[in-house]
Design a protein around this ligand. Structure first.
Ligand SMILES: Cc1ncc(COP(=O)(O)O)c(C=O)c1O
Length: 390
């Protein structure tokens, strides 16, 4: 029985069919179970910041595990505190909560906004304003904050108190935010929704409205955080500073982690308000610290900018590409012919892995260690694919 057949038998069928069985990874390369090599421009969906199998987070994880593995949040452990301090230094925030995934970090952000809202404005101040096209995760609160309406129907009723407005529609935002608003939750660049950059004027208006109504401005940087867009955090590319930021994917280069960073709030979480068994586990915190260290030392943020700029220009010049969106190494390539899934399958045949982020667009979010040579290979492969597909 193949691994794929065993998976089909043994695993729940919550994921669409998987085109490959991957058995090994190194840097930006992956190998399938037939020994075929692929250039990986998915990076575990913007997760393996340092590429596959980078020795430094692995060594940090192993060394920390040997000293102290897991004791829970009943006790202090130093690595999580060091990680919080490191992230505050990079972001300017002051307090951290660690968990295990992006959805879980968004749940924490939603609860923080409601805690602040109801404490300062009473029980009615609990609404979250979110954007059409948003993706915040699959747990019930994060799913309700997400836009994809059909994905919600089988799981209703979902939590009440969420509104959605069109991205970049300032008038709609003004109409939605009021005294009842606890928080406004925005991805500064919508990832799963198709890599749409939110206008700075819209973000600025969200800031102004949150200040006016004493609501928290929450940025979901699960996909954009830790250097991917050419800054440690995408908000640093704008003139807008949120009250809290949500992180996950790239933070520990492949180890599961989520984080909520916020300014110091008198109305923040109180003991017993929130928690999770594995959050801030010493080995994972050590891996995250090592990841951040490599991103800084090897100037991977500069690399994300340089290679991202090259890719945007080179891909935009290909026949068959209608538009290129994004920032740094979070890029959507809008195909003139549509059929992004078909193009992704054809690229796979060329030895390059990307995913179709919408019916008409491919997403490229490679490891931040991608080289110029690898980027050129990706462009050449897409050129071949688009030429063959007319
Ligand atoms: C912006 C954003 N928020 C939240 C999530 C959910 O993260 P996770 O899958 O780790 O729960 C994702 C995942 O793609 C994401 O892109």
């Amino acid at each position: 029985m193949s691994i794929a057949d065993r998976g089909t038998e043994a695993m729940m069928s919550n994921y669409p069919p998987r085109p490959l069985t991957i058995v090994r990874g190194e840097g930006c390369w992956l190998w399938d179970d037939a020994g075929t090599r692929y250039l990986d421009l998915v990076a575990g969906i913007a997760v393996v910041t340092l590429g596959h199998g980078h020795p430094e987070p692995i060594a940090a994880l192993a060394a920390q595990s040997a000293v102290l593995d897991h004791v829970s949040n009943l006790y202090w452990t130093e690595p999580a505190i060091a990680l919080a301090e490191r992230l505050h230094g990079l972001s300017g925030f002051e307090q951290a909560f660690f968990c295990n995934s992006g959805a879980e970090a968004n749940e924490a952000a939603i609860k923080l906004a409601r805690r602040h809202g109801t404490e300062t404005g009473g029980a009615d101040k609990h609404e979250l304003v979110c954007l059409e096209g948003a993706f915040h995760g699959r747990t019930l609160g994060a799913l309700q904050a997400t836009w994809a309406q059909p994905k919600k129907i089988p799981f209703e009723p979902l939590p009440a108190g969420f509104r959605h407005v069109s991205r970049n529609d300032i008038e709609a935002l003004r109409a939605a935010v009021g005294p009842q608003t606890a928080g406004v939750l925005i991805e500064p660049i919508q990832g799963e929704g198709g890599v749409h950059v939110i206008d700075e004027a819209f973000l600025q208006e969200a800031r102004t409205l949150c200040d006016q109504h004493n609501a928290l401005l929450l940025f979901d940087e699960v996909q954009t955080g830790i250097g991917r867009t050419g800054a440690w955090f995408a908000f640093q590319r704008t003139g807008v500073r949120p009250d809290a930021v949500v992180l996950a994917k790239g933070l520990a280069s492949g180890m599961p982690i989520g984080a909520l960073l916020s300014k110091r709030l008198a109305t923040g979480f109180q003991p017993g308000d929130h928690g999770t068994t594995f959050g801030g586990s010493p080995p994972i915190a050590a891996a995250a610290l090592a990841t951040i260290g490599v991103v800084e030392r090897d100037d991977l943020i500069g690399n994300a900018t340089r290679i991202g700029d090259y890719l945007a220009t080179a891909l935009g010049a290909l026949a068959g590409v209608a538009d290129v969106r994004g920032a740094g190494l979070l890029i959507a390539v809008e195909l003139a012919s549509g059929d992004a899934a078909g193009a992704a399958a054809a690229l796979r045949e060329q030895g390059v892995i990307v995913n179709a982020v919408s019916e008409t667009a491919l997403r490229l979010c490679p490891p931040l260690v991608i080289t110029q040579e690898q980027a050129e290979l990706a462009v050449a492969a897409l050129d071949v694919v688009l030429a063959a597909r007319g």
